[in-house]
Write a protein that binds this ligand. Structure first.
Ligand code: GLU
Length: 357
């Protein structure tokens, strides 16, 4: 899976960098001729649309952004089609919203379609369906989209190629960190937001994408798309950027879906004692460890679990609705049984339905 940022495909606002795109197409064609299946996640629709409409700054109105994407997306596909033509490769446009991968049935349908396209020898060119993705169904950035798709199709590698050369250790050496074997708080602190006018991701979203993909068993490279022959360099072990090592045991597909494809409706706060019980004993979350909640959620909704400092330590399906939490917080099981004599499940989050982050 190769994700290309707006800054790699364009020069200035909305000007296609055809020389670079031609080079990238031939690197991808080369990879495919050696038997590697490739899915491209391409940004650039909004940026190209801005150029076409003569806009110098990203419109603040969502509808105007969506209009830019509508104009830019067709230019983007034309560009990819032209770029792959000399290599006799066919491309397919795949536009997705967050909704399309959130529901289990559509999630599997997207997977089947991508697999069918690859089976036909086609290069899927994926982008967020910006023209229809209002805030609540938005991925927001293609880093997240590419990581979710990489896990969905069980990609071996995800290459995030942007204007960023890799993860830079600003506090320490000032150089690119070559390998990250685990995404710790220190690694997260090295990332900063985006500063570009047309881009939306930045290093923070790349690190969170790397977290999603590596947990799904996919190795992630973050490197500069401007680097000459960046794709063959990566595949011949001369990665100029940062490599994120996939987790040894990929998360079970259902738990991965639960953790990374859902939008939590709220959160439950737990006390300090409950944290090690969840972490080292693999217990379910019991009411006795709960101190409160925020947001409005129903029984069966996905929520975050926060430690006393407010750090998210896990995510899962809540057995109880947010309305019930204040009266069950801190209760032991016999007291809870008295309150809900007919309920079979009294764990606030059953361990089969929760994932620690
Ligand atoms: N979907 C957006 C576009 O095509 C880009 C989002 C991103 O770069 O992360 O312009």
């Amino acid at each position: 899976m190769i994700k290309l940022g707006t800054g790699v495909l364009t020069s200035g606002i909305g000007q296609l960098d055809t020389v670079r795109i031609t080079a990238i197409c031939s690197q991808i064609a080369n990879l495919r001729s050696r038997g590697t299946e490739v899915i491209v996640v391409s940004s650039g629709a909004v940026g190209l649309g801005m150029g076409s409409l003569g806009l110098k700054i990203r419109p603040s109105l969502l509808a105007q952004n969506q209009a830019c994407a509508g104009v830019g997306q067709s230019l983007l596909m034309q560009t990819w089609q032209n770029g792959f033509e000399p290599h006799k490769s066919t491309v397919a446009q795949v536009l997705l919203t967050h909704e399309d991968v959130r529901g289990r049935a559509r999630h599997l349908a997207v997977k089947a379609t991508l697999e069918a396209l690859l089976g036909f020898g086609i290069i899927p060119i994926v982008n967020e369906n910006d023209t229809v993705s209002a805030a609540e169904i938005q991925f927001g950035d293609n880093d997240t989209l590419s990581a979710m798709l990489a896990s969905l199709v069980h990609a071996d590698y995800l290459l995030i190629l942007s204007t960023a050369p890799g993860l830079i250790d600003m506090e320490g050496t000032g150089e690119i960190v070559p390998v990250v074997s685990r995404i710790t708080a220190k690694i997260e602190a090295m990332a900063g937001g985006t500063t570009s006018i047309t881009a939306v991701g930045g290093m923070i979203s790349k690190i969170s994408a790397a977290r999603i993909a590596t947990k799904g068993g996919c190795g992630v490279f973050i490197a500069s798309g401007a680097e000459e022959d960046v794709i063959p360099r990566i595949f011949s072990g001369r990665n100029p950027g940062t490599f994120f090592v996939p987790s040894g045991l990929p998360m079970d597909a259902r738990k991965h879906w639960l953790t990374f494809f859902q939008r939590p409706k709220g959160s439950i706060q737990i006390n300090a004692k409950a944290v090690p019980a969840l972490r080292s004993r693999g217990s379910s979350l019991l009411a006795v460890g709960v101190t409160g909640c925020s947001g409005t959620f129903a029984s069966g909704d996905i929520i975050d679990i926060c430690d006393p400092d407010g750090t998210v330590v896990g995510r899962g399906k809540s057995t109880f609705a947010s309305d019930d939490i204040p009266r069950i917080a801190g209760l032991n099981t016999p007291a809870l049984q008295k309150l809900f004599p007919k309920r079979r499940r009294l764990e606030v989050l059953h361990r089969n339905d929760l994932v620690l982050i």
